[in-house]
Write a protein that binds this ligand. Sequence first.
Ligand SMILES: [Zn+2]
Ligand SMILES: [Zn+2]
Length: 186
Amino acid sequence: MDTVTAAAVVAASIAYVLTAWLAADFFSGVFHWLEDRYGVEDWPVIGPLVVSPNVMHHSQPTAFLEQGFLARNWTTILPAVVASVLAWLSGWDWLALALAFTGAGNEVHAWAHQKSSRPIRGLQLLGILQSQEQHAAHHRQPFDRNYCVMTDWLNPLLTWTGFWPAVEDTVEALTGIAPRPEREAA
Ligand SMILES: [Zn+2]
Ligand SMILES: [Zn+2]
């Protein structure tokens, strides 16, 4: 393999992994937005396992740091692994990688709530991992942005384009289901 070909292979590999990481960031945003805007604590199974911890996180943002790794992450990791395996068995390797990355979403989110090690802080500075500053804006008024919790790269674009309000308007027009007012604003 000559140098040019080798460089092309490396560039393509980096793009493959980076786009999968960004897709995972977007998936984390979609699930987080669904929980925040439509989740109901009384729902069976999902209510106590997913919605209630999310409500808890918004009233006490650092409480989940007290939990162990598995207690904090299993409801993210388990569905991500199942979905990833299903995608891989279907031959969708890139999607399988993105879904596997999504399993790391809540731990990356936890790093944005605490003082982390130097390598993590370096990646947060680059935005490959979400910075504390960007995630802190999710926990402040007007509580309608920065649902993606894995990088610093998608949220500004989604806020600037009005993506989430547009999807909420579309959902309401099609189904009549309105998002609830943000809990913290209520
Ligand atoms: Zn939230
Ligand atoms: Zn948070």
